[in-house]
Design a protein around this ligand. Sequence first.
Ligand code: SF4
Length: 307
Amino acid sequence: MPMPLRQSLRVGSYLMRQKLARNKKFPLLVELEPLFQCNLACSGCGKIQHPEHELRRRMPVEQAIAAIEESGAPMVSIAGGEPLIHPEIDTIAAELIKRKRFVYLCTNALLLEKKLEKFKPSPYFAWAVHIDGLRERHDASVERDGVFDKAVAAIRAAQARGFRVTTNTTFFTHDTPQTVERVLDFLNDELRVGPHAIGLDAGQINARVAELLQRLDLAKVAAANPFTLSGGEKRRLSVGTALATSPQALVLDEPTFGQDRRTFAELLRLLAEYRDQGGAIAFASHDELFVDAFADARLRLVGGRAT
Ligand code: SF4
């Protein structure tokens, strides 16, 4: 997911100030670890191997804020251990947000739904949920069954309350392009990612996604991994993903590929509505029927030349 515009501008102006001041080294993002304790026990984790008295320690709010103020960094990643175990983590986040720091609160999400009400959505705040793969891989990675499902449910609950949610994933040398693709497809939730990135609220996103799923005949596969969709379904999903943010212009490659009579007609209607509302479309197609029905102007490519 792209960085929101407000964040890009503030970080950009911070970088510019550093450049003007000829600072060669400066912090951009500080990782704050207000505790080492965790509610999971992954093998090889360096944090939970600290001695018991260290695991019981909690960084006081004042110390956390003072460290970030001293650093001057515009972005803070709060990690751990599991930060949501810290009894004052909501206060630390709120104080940093008050100081206009962009806060990413990293979590394994086991406590997220329970603690959500202590936090408020803000353009300066995002959850960063740890997801190391799809269900089987993630649960194996954190060595506990059910963590993936709990994390996904927590992500949805946070999004429904208007929070921005990002994820972090570790890919390993034994991952293949296909396993990486499946995880990213799942996390991007294709139709939602664009509307979320342009700042629509949860209600607007839900309405837009529901309409596109229904009109593109994708409702029945809404929960499926996009990797498993048929060619025609994938094509409709890609058109829907492009339409979801109502951009000013669309460039489409063979948008009607793999469609039957009914889905062809609905695609045509959706694109015509978009065009009639002022959207510009350029598309490449071998589908003469579609070109005849839709194009205002056409360029025919013969032997690599436009005629
Ligand atoms: S979730 Fe992270 S901090 Fe917790 S035990 Fe696993 S690796 Fe360590």
